[in-house]
Design a protein around this ligand. Structure first.
Ligand code: UT7
Length: 333
């Protein structure tokens, strides 16, 4: 029997260190007016010496679990969407241990800024199939460790953070994940990379090995911008059409927080008023896989998003990858 999925808890966590636009202007040739007008960002958070990605993910996960009223031992899967793990072998098991989710299996999922949405949809498959009852989906990234802090064209955009959602299997008549659509196009991936640092080192007897390592983020901002303003409206349109839902029926538009101009452009395309477009970009910048659950949690906790609200969400970024999901926030029972 195909079953339903409900979103019953949310949580988030951000690092303590704040870096303002003016402060960035002390390092690279930029200024508050340029960054605010071109991106909408005022300040971003950066992981400091006493913090880690796993700790942020744990805090976000714990608050989602608390909201849901779950015992950590009751969780079947901890799915961590991240492109910046503390350990390349995966950080999810570390987070699982920190949460005390001792029964759960845990693994990472990498899809850059689309990671949370891809993880949400992946988690839903385990619940729908009946294989699992409770999944904690966490989106967490620490892009600050891979940003070129001397490249003003990219460093002003990014920040660190984590967000989480508690997903519960239900009967199919109260299904909260109404529809989704996911896409990738590796042929266009060169405009946003965190590429391998290619270094061939001598091994033995004339053989070599490639030493591990990565170069900082490389981005062609204009190309990524064009990709986002073309593909995000298109995938949302496709999703709404497939589900037979009008843009006017949406309570909220919850997009990956990359640039306020992208958010405004997409909202305009669907005639969605600014009051229905969730944005906290000014305070956090682009936190990659964390933006969507970080924004959702803020809006749930301040009472904007209410039980039953219909939300259209879209994530997009490196890969290239992009996706959209239509869901209803349920909240704790
Ligand atoms: O999850 C996805 C992650 N990536 C994105 O979302 C990136 C999407 N792209 C964007 O958000 C925008 O393309 C940016 C915000 C990155 C750049 O905005 P833009 O309006 O496309 O600016 P631009 O690249 O066309 O640059 C305009 C000017 C250039 O100067 P000239 O050549 O016209 O003299 C840049 O050198 O602005 C200059 N510029 C800056 N000036 C001050 C570029 N970065 C900065 C800066 N401060 N930080």
């Amino acid at each position: 029997m195909i079953r339903g999925v409900t979103l019953v808890g949310s949580g988030s966590a951000t690092p303590c260190q704040r870096v303002s636009n003016d402060q960035l202007g002390l390092r690279v040739e930029t200024n508050d007016a340029w960054i605010k007008s071109r991106t909408g960002i005022r300040v971003r958070r950066v992981v400091g010496p006493e913090e880690s990605l796993a700790d942020l993910a744990k805090q976000a996960g714990l608050s989602a679990i608390h909201m849901a009223g779950w015992d950590p031992e009751s969780i079947d899967l901890v799915l961590l969407a991240t492109s910046t793990p503390d350990d390349l072998f995966g950080s999810a098991p570390k987070v699982q241990a920190k949460l005390g989710a001792n029964r759960a299996v845990a693994f990472d999922l990498t899809a850059a800024c689309s990671g949370f949405l891809f993880a949400l949809v992946t988690a839903a498959q385990f619940l729908r199939s009946g294989a699992m009852q409770r999944v904690l989906v966490i989106g967490a990234d620490q892009l600050s460790r891979w940003v070129d802090w001397d490249d003003r064209r990219s460093c002003v955009l990014f920040g660190d953070g984590a967000g989480a959602v508690a997903l519960q299997a239900t009967s199919s008549d109260i299904d909260g994940l109404i529809g989704f659509c996911l896409k990738s196009d590796g042929a266009r991936g060169d405009c946003l990379n965190l590429p391998q640092l290619v270094e061939h080192m001598p091994l033995v007897d004339g053989t070599t090995y490639q030493r591990g390592g990565f170069s900082p983020i490389q981005m062609n901002g204009q190309e990524v911008y064009k990709f986002a303003v073309r593909e995000v409206p298109s995938i949302l349109e496709q999703l709404l059409r497939t589900q037979n839902i009008e843009a006017g029926q949406l309570d909220w538009l919850l997009l990956h927080q990359a640039n306020q101009r992208i958010l405004d452009g997409v909202a305009n395309r669907f005639n969605i008023p600014t009051s229905k477009v969730l944005s906290n970009l000014a305070d956090y910048g682009n936190t990659s896989a964390a933006t969507i659950p970080l924004m959702l949690d803020e809006a749930v906790r301040d009472g904007r998003v209410k039980s039953g609200d219909l939300i259209a969400s879209s994530g997009f970024g490196a890969g290239l990858s992009w996706g959209a999901a239509l869901f209803r926030w349920h909240g704790p029972n």
